[in-house]
Design a protein around this ligand. Structure first.
Ligand code: URA
Length: 189
């Protein structure tokens, strides 16, 4: 990944940000894209949103080293603009490989770009905090932690959604997920 040239973001990045955590994690969190700090350090979620994510993890008794944290795209878009569809496609094989290696029990999508991998035409406001089995993937959509920094009222919503994860994990078969979205949304868990 460190030498990837699959899209134009390769020209401007300082560091590729592959993700970090446990290779056998039950929970895989997928954010959006590296920002300024992540691009400098080569690590995901190291800014203010990352500090909130750390607090959320500790609210369920977990630390970063016990989960895996990745992003839809691995290089910073200039000026922190939204990832472009071509960039998301170029990076898709990397994320697919990560999912294949980690085989998490639950994929937690953070924000709309990772949500869009699994949910089409649905808004985060409607689907957040509700686990759904999509093919053989168990997906748990959450607001992006940065949303709480811009809109304080979302903080409690995000905190409450996070607290649902331990119970969800307890009720799942091990290693439920496979790499890609697999198309159809099946049933609500
Ligand atoms: N930092 C990341 O690594 N990803 C995000 O989505 C936001 C901040």
């Amino acid at each position: 990944m460190a030498s990837c040239q699959a899209c134009e973001l390769a020209q401007q990045r300082n560091r590729v940000v592959p993700g970090e955590g446990a290779e056998d994690a039950d929970l895989l969190f997928i954010g959006e894209a590296p920002g300024f700090n992540e691009d400098q350090q080569g690590r995901p979620f190291v800014g203010a949103a990352g500090a909130f994510l750390d607090d959320l993890l500790s609210s369920i008794g977990l630390s970063r080293s016990e989960v895996y944290i990745a992003n839809v795209i691995k290089c910073r878009p200039p000026g922190n603009r939204d990832p472009l569809p071509g960039e998301i496609e170029a990076c898709r094989p990397w994320l697919n490989q990560q999912i294949e290696i980690i085989r998490p029990k639950v994929i937690v999508t953070l924000g709309r770009f990772s949500l869009a991998r699994y949910f089409t035409n649905e808004t985060i406001g409607k689907v957040h905090g509700k686990p759904r089995k999509i093919g053989d993937i168990v997906c748990f959509p959450m607001y992006h932690p940065a949303a709480a920094l811009h809109q304080g009222s979302l903080r409690k919503v995000i905190e409450e959604d996070m607290l649902r994860l331990p119970e969800l994990l307890k009720n799942l078969e091990p290693r439920a997920c496979t790499p890609d979205d697999g198309g159809q949304q099946l049933a609500l868990l």
